[in-house]
Design a protein around this ligand. Structure first.
Ligand code: PLP
Length: 507
């Protein structure tokens, strides 16, 4: 493709994306295809001869769109959001156009230095501790995911705990322990497995009524493990758990970690970016105790996947665990110790110029725009929670400090509540106007309404609430009628059994 052809088709692609965003509300939020449908509409083999760009674009509509669940749809309330935005897409396009591989400073100094600067800006914008700045002992780096960030945090913690011995001797699975709560994201356990510790190293600490980690229980577990000869490596505290956005109390947990020399990793994958709004920072009071911290700009900060913001307070622990310098990567800047090489801060060697899209986003919206984005969703979620609180058909089952509201529908006597709740969810999602997901709280299914798509307005939240209440009324009547029929059938059966004399009853 020549630059001129690229210019022409590039404009067509940008038009296509802009048109998609304009008409996104007309699609069913959740893809309606069945397994195998997308593959069945593709040829069995790759084309022998290159095709025209028109044919490729046409297949976006014919093949791809029907198989897409529209995460940017204003009716998308599932999981956590996966934001994107114009400046993010354009920044990514520039990154793709430059085609830079930014593994070392020398392979493109701008890739490293822009990332350092943007991460320092973001640490400021989120009110994170001084220790996380590149100007101090720590620094920030863009990772591919919070799952990846949880893994590198654990590797750094293992390195520090062993005084560097893991680099040569590996880990001590029979001694090392890692502390999570029952609400911690599964990626932490995955990290423990990948690190070679095995799931047995994981200690699951009890949670309080608000589903945040109980610090007393953590302290007791650590004491017991230390007394038995275990070596606590890392405590993972979550700000904004995946199920309900519960918050582990960082200040209390930080003190306990310090006492035992355990690394405090804060997983704020979804909720961390909310700290652009100063009034929401209270949720992470005590974050200054953290040795590392992760939050995803690709969830709720208008930046497309992947853009995990990861900071460490002591970068030496991280690079100590991950740096290897083979001859073929040597260069004068690295040898002089004058630069940061981000390949030593992550699992893969190669890395994209991801800071560009963050830079575009932060500059386009400014701190003010980012705050407005977060605040609008938090306000909408609080309104929704207020409507549900005031309505006898629903219970709000967990604290909702941010933009996720967890609802348990109430059902009439005799109705199987779990089945009815999941039926309501399916009914809503089949309808195509909105998309929600569920979780389990205290062993019961609940509906999660995660406000966070950039296009979502009050009107869409009103609509999801209307659909929830209408769906509830319809199903409650239907299930109650079924329950009544079944009860009547059982009563009739009993009556018949009482009327018919049993065979062995003497006449
Ligand atoms: C608390 C928490 N940690 C980690 C993750 C994993 O995030 P990622 O998809 O960036 O790996 C999630 C995903 O929702 C999460 O909620």
């Amino acid at each position: 493709m020549t630059p001129e052809q690229f210019r022409r088709h590039g404009h067509e692609v940008v038009d296509w994306i802009a048109d998609y965003w304009t008409r996104i509300g007309t699609f069913p939020v959740r893809s309606q295809v069945s397994p195998g449908d997308v593959r069945a509409s593709l040829p069995a083999a790759a084309p022998e001869h290159g095709e025209g760009f028109d044919a490729i674009l046409a297949d976006l509509d014919r093949v791809v769109l029907p198989g897409v669940t529209h995460w940017q749809h204003p009716g998308f309330f599932g999981y956590f959001p996966a934001n994107t935005s114009g400046p993010s897409v354009l920044g990514d396009l520039v990154s793709a156009g430059l085609g830079v591989q930014g593994m070392s400073w020398v392979t493109s100094p701008a890739a490293t230095e822009l990332e350092q600067q943007v991460m320092d800006w973001l640490a400021d914008l989120l009110g994170l501790p001084e220790s996380f700045r590149s100007t101090g002992t720590g620094g920030g780096v863009v990772q591919d995911s919070s799952s990846g960030a949880n893994l590198v945090a654990l590797l750094a913690a293992l390195h520090r705990r062993s005084g560097g011995a893991t680099v040569r001797q590996g880990v001590e699975p029979e001694r090392a322990t890692v502390y999570v709560s029952s609400e911690t994201h599964s990626s932490m356990e995955k990290a423990v497995r990948i690190a070679g510790l095995g799931t047995d190293a994981v200690r699951i600490v009890e949670v309080d009524g608000d589903l945040g980690m109980n610090p007393g229980a953590l302290a007791a577990r650590l004491e017991r493990d230390v007394a038995r000869g275990y070596r606590p490596v890392l405590v993972c505290a979550t700000v904004g758990t995946t199920s309900t956005t519960a918050v582990d109390p960082l200040a209390a947990i930080g003190l306990i970690c310090q006492k035992h020399g355990a690394w405090l990793h804060v997983d704020a994958a979804y909720a961390g970016v909310s700290a652009v709004a100063p009034e929401l920072r209270e949720l992470q009071a005590g974050v200054e105790w953290a040795d590392s911290y992760t939050t995803d700009a690709h969830k709720w900060l208008l930046t497309g996947f992947d853009a995990t913001l990861f900071w460490v307070a002591d970068r030496a622990a991280l690079t100590g665990a991950l740096a290897i310098l083979p001859d073929y990567l040597r260069n004068a800047a690295t040898d002089a110790g004058a630069v940061v090489d981000f390949r030593d801060w992550q699992i893969p060697l190669g890395r994209r110029f991801r800071a560009l899209k963050l830079w575009f986003v932060v500059r386009w919206y400014g701190a003010e725009g980012l705050r407005a984005h977060i605040r609008s969703h938090v306000a909408l979620a609080q309104e929704l929670a207020g409507w549900a609180d005031a309505d006898e058909r629903f219970d709000v089952v967990a604290p909702h400090p941010l933009s996720l509201v967890c609802l348990r529908p109430r059902w009439p006597e005799g109705v199987d509540a779990d089945v009815a709740t999941m039926t309501l969810l399916e009914r809503l999602n089949d309808g195509g106007e909105v998309f929600l997901t569920h979780t389990t709280v205290r062993r019961e299914p609940v509906l999660r309404v995660a406000v966070g798509s950039p296009a979502t307005t009050r009107e869409h939240v009103e609509r999801v609430w209307a659909l929830l209440t209408e769906g509830h009324d319809w199903l409650a009547a239907d299930f109650a009628a079924q329950a009544a029929e079944q009860a009547a059938a059982r009563a009739a059966e009993r009556a018949r059994a009482e009327e018919t004399p049993a065979a062995d009853t003497p006449a």
